[in-house]
Design a binder for this molecule. Structure first.
Ligand code: AP5
Length: 214
């Protein structure tokens, strides 16, 4: 099962992909997480990506395509995986199609997280992420039991650099210009399944379960 979680920043892709990874063992391939890890480790990829990410711009296609090409060949991906935050441009979508075709695999479904921009700014500005295990919280919508402390590993909760309001606005505009054309790209292939991402997390999860099973 290869599924793509497609939607604007803050629509809940990461929250849901992490759930399915721990509940079902389906690996979450998040290009955003991989790039942040590269920045934290001082890797060359991180040095190249940092400036783009701080501005809320997309990292060049060739860098992220190479990341997915490599990661998706790891043994844990043999039975499938969830792509979270990739593809993000038509060029990435076309590369992915060629990559999978060469391996005799195909995309099962594209789950489109549909939601208005107004809700996204509130979600992203209140997001807190565990610096140790990557768990995601929200100061209002899914607060941790103790302020600033991760429920799962007691790690410190931090705010992402690109979750400042001015950068969020740029990320949303980049999404509308460069990523949203993928909705039609996959709709014409009959792969799009729409999710009302404005629903509470448990309801979004239930709808995804049903769609992924079918
Ligand atoms: P990335 O890390 O992929 O960020 P994103 O796509 O902007 O998505 P987010 O992680 O911000 O949101 P999400 O949909 O996962 O929401 P979440 O579940 O966290 O990318 C970051 C940067 O890396 C990009 O800007 C770009 O520079 C670069 N990059 C990455 N991939 C790339 C690519 N393929 N090509 C080029 N560049 C790339 O939820 C958000 C908040 O809302 C949380 O606080 C959560 O608790 C809360 N929440 C979640 N669901 C709900 C709900 N149903 N109701 C209420 N609150 C909710």
């Amino acid at each position: 099962m290869i599924s793509i979680f497609l939607g604007p920043p803050g629509s809940g892709k990461g929250t849901q992909a992490k759930h399915f990874q721990s509940a079902r063992g389906w690996p979450q391939l998040s290009t955003g997480d991989m790039l942040r890890a590269a920045i934290a480790s001082g890797a060359e990829l991180g040095v190249k990506a940092k400036g783009f990410m701080e501005k809320g711009a997309l990292v060049p296609d060739d860098l992220v395509i190479a990341l997915i090409e490599k990661r998706s060949q790891d043994p844990d991906c043999a039975q499938g995986f969830i792509l979270d935050g990739f593809p993000r441009t038509i060029a990435q979508g076309e590369s992915l199609a060629r990559m999978l075709q060469a391996r005799g695999k195909r995309i099962g479904s594209v789950l489109y997280f549909k939601i208005d921009d107004a809700e996204l700014v509130a979600r992203l500005s209140g997001r807190r992420t565990c610096e140790k295990c990557g768990s995601v919280f929200h100061v209002k919508f899914s607060p941790p039991k103790r302020d600033g402390v991760c429920d799962k590993c007691q790690g410190k909760l931090i705010q992402r650099n690109d979750d400042q309001e001015s950068v969020i606005r740029n990320r949303l505009s980049v999404y509308h210009q460069q990523t949203s054309p993928l909705v039609d790209f996959y709709r014409t292939q009959g792969l799009i399944r729409e999710i009302d991402a404005a629903l509470p997390p448990a309801q979004v999860q239930g709808k995804l379960e049903a769609l992924l099973k079918s």
